[in-house]
Design a protein around this ligand. Structure first.
Ligand code: BGC
Length: 407
């Protein structure tokens, strides 16, 4: 009797998935719930392992500790090059069987497959495509400036100036390195997709240390002048809340910010406006959240991983989840019918950029280069934002040097 009970408990536990993730804000938790409920309906139990911290740095530190202790979670939210690094260490499981049964090769965009596959094998299931070159503007605050959304750097500065003159914080920002890097994705892209690629993807020293990078840093330093005095250490979702509450005019942030607006009951086009970072329309800096499956022993655990991956990849789930999360589907065959205007724009922009060769991995979110290089870029970007270099040219030189040392 006891033995039977024990073994049935063991089976029940084996069919749970323990999921490590950093989706802890209101909008993120709402999206996560769509996933939890979906798995529950398939009798896959959920053991939650949340590690707060946008961009996932803290989650990756916890993951490293868990793996070192010989106790990896079942599935881990992961970005870009981190997935490839864990695969190279031989730590990840293999999803080939479910991927081939469901034809993932034919529906997942190639730019994503570059991260979901290692050595030709599927190792992660992509749940979404986010992008970082967005600006989220309070509609009332924009209307108070004349109502026209900015389309160029000069227009952006003019709108920020007017918002400031109207007595609000023009730019809602949280002083954390990854948030400054996220803003810098858009700023750098506004100086050209070719430039962004040369600097952040190809790590070309001339682009990293050259005139355009100096200009990008000058723009970043200018943006710092629109931030309120209490920005240091503020979480990104609290910066979103400032725009939602009318305390601030706009936030430069990936489309997970839309999840916060929606969670607060705000409507695109009515309460807030979504635009591409001025000067970047036509190009997209993307990041995709994927669930990497860690190597686990036992058939029941492996089949729970496969079932979770299969659930994530289902077209209906991809629509339901991404409508809430603010991102767009990681498959090309999901209808846009259920998405709001910002989501529809996100899907159209992604397809356009993919066709034009201007779909580029986000530097800030681990899709342009490996963690060592990313962190070296973070350090310089955040120091520049906080006024540690005399001007953009000095920051660009520091960036080229830092990347060279980290390569
Ligand atoms: C992830 C998003 C998440 C955001 C803020 C990004 O790196 O891709 O899913 O919402 O960080 O936590």
């Amino acid at each position: 009797m006891v033995a039977a009970l024990l073994s049935s408990t063991a089976i029940a536990q084996a069919e749970d998935v323990e999921v490590l993730h950093w989706w802890t804000s209101g909008g993120e938790a709402a999206a996560l719930n769509v996933l939890k409920e979906d798995l529950k309906s398939k009798s896959i139990g959920w053991i939650d392992m949340p590690v707060a911290g946008g961009g996932g740095e803290a989650a990756m530190t916890t993951l490293r500790a868990r793996v070192t202790a010989g106790n990896p979670p079942t599935a881990v939210q992961m970005l870009g090059y981190d997935i490839q690094d864990w695969a190279a260490e031989g730590a990840l499981g293999n999803l080939d069987a479910v991927a081939s049964a469901e034809g993932w090769d034919g529906v997942v965009p190639t730019a994503l497959q570059a991260f979901s596959k290692y050595d030709g094998h599927w190792i992660a299931a992509p749940v979404n495509v986010h992008s970082t070159n967005w600006v989220w503007i309070s509609k009332p605050a924009l209307d108070a400036t004349g109502g026209k959304a900015p389309e160029s750097w000069d227009e952006l500065v003019a709108v920020l100036d007017k918002m400031q003159a109207n007595g609000i914080t023009a730019l809602a920002h949280g002083g954390q390195a990854w948030q400054e890097a996220t803003v810098f994705d858009g700023v750098a892209l506004s100086l050209g997709a070719d430039f962004y690629k040369a600097a952040f993807v190809d790590l070309d020293p001339a682009a990293l240390g050259g005139e355009k990078m100096a200009e990008a840093f000058n723009r970043l330093i200018k943006l710092r002048s629109y931030v309120d005095a209490n920005f240091s250490g503020r979480d990104w979702n609290l910066a979103s809340a400032m725009v939602i509450n009318g305390e601030a005019g706009m936030q430069m942030m990936g489309d997970w910010a839309k999840g916060e607006f929606l969670k607060a009951g705000k409507k695109p086009g009515v309460d807030f406006v979504c635009i591409r970072f001025p000067g970047t329309q036509g190009a997209v800096t993307f990041n995709s959240d994927q669930f990497a499956m860690f190597g686990v022993e036992g058939e029941a655990k492996q089949s729970a991983q496969a079932a979770m991956a299969s659930s994530i990849m289902a077209p209906t789930f991809q629509s339901a989840f991404n409508v809430v999360k603010g991102s767009v589907p990681a498959r090309t065959d999901v209808p846009n019918a259920d998405f709001d205007d910002c989501g529809k724009k996100g899907m159209a922009d992604l397809a356009e950029a993919n066709g034009a060769g201007t779909l580029l991995g986000s530097m800030a979110h681990g899709h342009a280069n490996r963690a060592a290089v990313k962190n070296a870029i973070y350090d310089v970007v955040t120091a520049a934002f906080n006024g540690q270099y005399g001007d953009g040219a000095a920051a660009a030189k520091a960036l080229a040097d830092a990347v060279e040392a980290a390569k």
